[in-house]
Design a binder for this molecule. Structure first.
Ligand code: BES
Ligand code: ZN
Ligand code: MN
Length: 524
């Protein structure tokens, strides 16, 4: 690599050996390690609202419910009821009504959850409240027409909705909300326990995934990804960690995983986290995520516009790790192994060339005709390794694999490809329950024709137009034993969001954490 040296320090760093250079460019000098995201509201449960709080009322219809622990006199209730009628507010899911000047409350916000709300609908109401109140500093009290324990569901949504990633902003940082949020109800300890046992670990998993994907690629690369996950899981019971570096992978014959990373000075890694809960089966379920920490396209270089979003090309791996964090920290009675296939896809002089032939750990050969179809390459070796070393009962891949899936499903669904009907049905059900929805796309046997190579067992990309997302899925499936239930989720359309929804602020979404967490808990 050749660069013009404008600064003496830059010239010096270029004279270092590749390994040392990787360290000096790792970002620690550019981005102070101490910078953190601004504080979010602490979440608590109590029988009464704190003084001076803004009041949020979760509504299921137009009728103001009785509110235990909230000071509202007859005059104030009359004023709210009149406002509801005047605004034709009906408590439907997703609606809000903001009121000021009633009683001593700085603000009263009504949030609709719809009639007989599900756990997810309550969470969405909580997330909506968090976003509406994100620039207000005062404390918040939330009450409403939900049962005492369901307050935990609202709190879960609030925690997801208030996520922010602003750690690198030093000017123009929005005033962070400092006041706590208190969920008010007659049985606060029941709600608190439900939140701590089920939702808090899941929120932590989603946050990890969003953070890893939002972090720029000069901060999160294979080695630092591993370090961040280790840090998050330190001291968690039932967890064991295995990391393969490049030398270990080369020895095992992982030609495709090592091949993708060889155009980058940053070493590739295969990270495997096993979590085994009490009373769980002997064989784990494997979640295997694409972890391209930056996808330039390699020598099949991508056009410049939007390339910055390719820092999020490790979203699948990040969400796998998030799900493992949730399951382990909640001590779920499940057995899983989460795998992150980590590499940086860069185009230096050592990069693999279109037309190169590589070999996976399985021994099968690949004609690598497009260096930008790299996700399927790293997954082929990662699936092979986990199948051999962990003997899983099922393998689920999750990857920002193709632009084509965005054309098919936009950001409304992730694409699901499966050879196993039972696993497909469980995944679709987990998607509906978690709010991370899937739509099934085909895996036709004729796709094999389009991926045939003249000189190797398969090529990594078809010629001409074709069902791009399905062809990618076919390629991955070619390396998975037919006897192992296998599914692949293409999340290229859903890992990033241009605009906020109630549970997902703008930016990287953490898609897949809630889904895989739900799948693991859904049993056999
Ligand atoms: N990481 C990309 C896919 C992607 C595209 C993710 C848009 C998020 C948003 C992937 O590695 C890729 O480049 N896929 C190619 C495959 C093709 C070369 C067969 C694509 O979709 O164009
Ligand atoms: Zn990619
Ligand atoms: Mn690519």
């Amino acid at each position: 690599m050749r660069m013009k040296c404008l600064l003496l320090s830059a010239c010096l760093s270029l004279t270092l050996a590749p390994a040392a250079m990787a360290q000096t460019t790792a970002g620690s000098g550019v981005v102070p390690a101490t910078v953190g995201n601004s504080a979010e509201r602490a979440i608590g449960f109590a029988p009464n609202a704190p003084a001076g709080a803004a009041l949020v009322i979760v509504m299921t219809d137009a009728a103001l419910p009785p509110l235990d622990g909230i000071a509202l006199g007859a005059a104030e209730r009359t004023a709210i009821t009149a406002a509801i009628a005047a605004a034709s507010f009906d408590g439907k899911a997703g609606t809000t009504l903001s009121l000021r000047g009633i009683g001593a409350y700085p603000r009263i916000l009504l949030v609709g959850a719809g009639a007989t709300p599900s756990s997810l609908a309550l969470a969405e109401a909580g997330g909506k409240a968090a976003q509406e109140l994100k620039s207000e500093a005062q404390p918040v009290a939330i009450a409403g027409a939900f049962g005492d324990v369901s307050a935990a569901d609202v709190a879960y949504g609030f925690a997801l909705g208030q996520y922010r990633f602003d750690r690198y902003k030093t000017v123009d940082k929005k005033a962070p909300p400092t006041g706590a949020v208190t969920f008010v109800g007659a049985n606060p300890s029941g709600a608190e326990t439900a939140f701590a046992n089920r939702w808090k670990p899941l929120v932590e998993g989603v946050r990890l995934s969003r953070d890893l994907a939002n972090e720029p690629a000069n901060v999160i690369y294979p080695e630092s990804f591993v370090a961040r996950v280790r840090e998050t899981l330190a001291g968690t019971p039932g967890v064991s960690i295995e990391v393969l570096d490049e030398a270990a992978m080369r020895k095992l014959g992982m030609g495709t995983l090592v091949g993708v990373g060889q155009g980058s000075p940053r070493g590739s890694r295969l990270l495997l986290i096993r979590y085994r809960g009490a009373g769980s089966p002997d064989a784990p379920t494997a979640f295997v995520g694409k972890g391209i920490t930056f996808d330039s396209g390699g020598l099949s270089l991508k056009p410049g516009a939007g390339m910055g979003n390719m820092k999020g090309d490790m979203s699948g791996a990040a969400s796998v790790m998030g799900a493992v964090v949730s399951l382990a920290k909640s001590r779920a009675p499940v057995h899983v192994v989460g795998v992150a296939a980590l590499a940086e896809n860069m185009p230096d002089g050592n990069a693999q060339r279109p037309g190169d032939v590589t070999r996976t750990m399985s021994g099968k050969t690949i004609e690598m005709v497009n260096a930008d179809a790299e996700g399927r390459l790293v997954l082929a070796d990662a699936n092979e390794y986990v199948a051999k070393a962990y003997r899983p009962i099922a393998i689920v891949n999750i990857a920002t694999l193709t632009g084509a899936v965005v054309g098919a499903l936009d950001n409304s669904y992730a694409g699901l490809f499966a050879r196993d009907e039972a696993l497909a049905a469980r995944l679709i059900a987990a998607g509906t329950a978690s709010g991370e929805e899937l739509w099934r796309l085909p895996l036709h046997k004729d796709y094999a024709e389009r991926m045939k190579s003249d000189i190797a067992d398969i090529r990594n990309s078809a010629t001409g137009q074709g069902p791009g997302a399905s062809l990618g899925a076919h390629f991955i499936g070619f390396f998975v034993d037919e006897a192992t239930p296998w599914a692949h989720l293409d999340i290229a359309g859903v890992n990033r969001s241009e605009k906020a929804t109630s549970l997902v602020p703008k930016g990287m979404t953490g898609f897949g954490v809630r889904l895989l967490d739900q799948l693991a808990r859904s049993g056999e």
